[in-house]
Design a binder for this molecule. Structure first.
Ligand SMILES: [Zn+2]
Length: 278
């Protein structure tokens, strides 16, 4: 879709939604909170009744709350057993199908674990699977952005460099930039100048679309040297979210910013207020 600014939303149904298991009510709550978008979380499985997805599509269109989605956690395109790779491919396709029914145009997922393999070999495998997925989706006439996520743990495939290379190799593939994970993964990139460098790099490598149509994740975060992560609320963490928002605004970036702090909508609202006042 064409954006006119950064849109702010939550990873899943906002906490303050009365019926927390109803994504339709979640979209209504997003609208009440004056937030902009919502991410459907299929973290623990891709199941949704058809009437729910069509209701979601309708309410999202009527309230102008666009949707993104997040695939299941148990995806590993570098699994030891071929049947586990196959079922990971199926899960991504299933997520794409349901997301498409709901009207979502961008979906993210954690692509793979290194399993101590060489990152180059893992890259080749992930690329191969994504090409298969892309072809199958195009045969199903499903047009959706496949966005492998910038992951926070060093055991997980998904560094910034890997995602940029993937996006060059696979047509429908674009990165989902999780700036909090990037900070946790690298131990740096937590200042205005460094955020600007990342945005410059994205545009230089992937073109204007990479900053004009973004899918971003944000939360407070803490990590140790093993890359073990804890998602925190922004004010409990040293992540420099104001500097990131300034960089995004100065650079006129556009797209989705999905907040996955534990307090979800509170941080999303805090970020939106700050960004709109810049
Ligand atoms: Zn994720």
């Amino acid at each position: 879709m064409a954006f006119d600014r950064i849109l702010f939303g939550t990873a899943g149904v906002p906490n303050s939604t009365e019926k927390k298991n109803s994504p339709v009510d979640g979209v209504k709550r997003i609208h009440e909170l004056s937030l902009d978008c919502m991410q459907l979380e299929f973290a623990h499985g891709v199941r949704m009744k058809e009437e729910v997805s069509s209701a979601l599509r309708k309410v999202s269109y009527e309230l102008k709350v666009p949707l993104t989605s997040h695939g299941p956690y148990y995806i590993n395109l570098n699994a030891r057993e071929q049947d586990k790779i196959d079922s990971s491919v199926e899960r991504i396709i299933q997520t794409a199908k349901i997301s498409d029914l709901c009207g979502a145009e961008s979906m993210t997922f954690h692509a793979a674990f290194y399993m101590k393999d060489s990152p180059y070999d893992v890259f080749d495998l992930v690329e191969k699977s994504l090409n298969v997925i892309e072809e199958r989706l195009s045969r199903l006439d499903i047009e959706i952005e496949l966005r492998p996520e910038l992951t926070g743990k060093t055991s997980q495939f998904g560094s910034l460099e890997e995602l940029i290379s993937l996006a060059k190799m696979v047509n429908s593939c674009k990165p989902c930039i999780d700036f909090s994970h990037l900070y946790a993964r690298t131990g740096e990139i937590n200042s205005y100048a460094e955020f600007m460098n990342i945005l410059d790099l994205l545009e230089k490598e992937l073109g204007f679309d990479a900053v004009n149509n973004m899918h971003i994740h944000i939360s407070g975060i803490s990590s140790n040297s093993k890359g073990d992560l804890k998602h925190l609320n922004l004010l409990q963490s040293d992540f420099k979210w104001q500097e990131l928002l300034k960089a995004l605004k100065d650079r006129k970036c556009k797209g989705y910013m999905i907040c996955n702090s534990p307090n979800l909508e509170k941080d999303a609202q805090m970020m939106k207020e700050y960004y709109m006042a810049l």
